[in-house]
Design a protein around this ligand. Structure first.
Ligand code: ATP
Ligand code: MG
Length: 185
């Protein structure tokens, strides 16, 4: 039986942050997306600074058209080994991601918008935190917004309704085990 779309009037849109140095921030956001799509809600994920793996979620999202869309706006990991992209290009991509978020937010078409790795973009000064705070001010009351990435800014944490810190207890990278398909990407 198809599930009915929930009434947006009853929805109290939350600002959610998944941060910390342990694994699970992006996957927690994807899990929430999967849950929302189950109610035929529309979900958009915009990815900021991000690696170049063939991420499984990009293929999965295509199977959930038209309810789930992932748009990549980052130019890869910023200032990490192998990054040959000029700083200005990283900044431009981050700004494009933010403009797109604003535009899609205003459309009123979404139940959930995920700004994946935006905390890293702010922490590495690709995006001014003030601009993200301005975006939060504009959030429609019924829209849920998830911000992921390490080192969430304290001013964003202050505005959030839900903040979870993933804390590393163990990570296989420490034992030299590389990223696993379907788990890490
Ligand atoms: P995931 O996308 O798997 O949910 P994440 O969003 O919490 O992870 P990021 O900081 O975005 O983590 O880093 C992405 C990649 O780095 C993933 O492949 C993840 O396994 C790896 N990673 C996450 N936490 C750690 C850690 N504590 N040490 C080393 N690598 C990590
Ligand atoms: Mg992540």
């Amino acid at each position: 039986m198809p599930m009915e779309k929930g009434s947006n009037k009853e929805t109290r849109g939350l600002i959610i942050i998944f941060t910390g140095d342990g694994k699970g921030k992006t996957t927690a956001a994807l899990g929430t997306a999967l849950r929302a799509v189950g109610f035929n809600f529309n979900v958009l994920m915009i990815q900021f600074v991000k690696g170049k793996y063939p991420y499984g979620e990009h293929t999965s999202a295509k199977k959930l058209v038209p309810n789930f869309e992932i748009i990549i706006k980052g130019r890869g990991y910023y200032k990490l080994p192998g990054d040959k992209i000029p700083e200005e290009e990283h900044k431009r991509a981050a700004q494009e991601g933010l403009s797109l978020a604003r535009e899609r937010m205003r459309s009123g078409d979404y139940h959930l918008i995920i700004l994946d790795e935006i905390n890293n973009a702010i922490h590495t000064s690709l995006l001014p935190v003030e601009e993200v705070l301005d975006l939060l001010k504009e959030k429609p009351p019924s829209l849920h917004l998830i911000l992921t990435g390490r080192n969430a800014h304290p001013d964003l944490i202050a505005k959030a309704d839900l903040v979870t810190e993933m804390k590393e207890i163990k990570h296989p990278f420490r034992g030299g085990i590389l990223a696993q398909k379907g788990i890490d990407f």
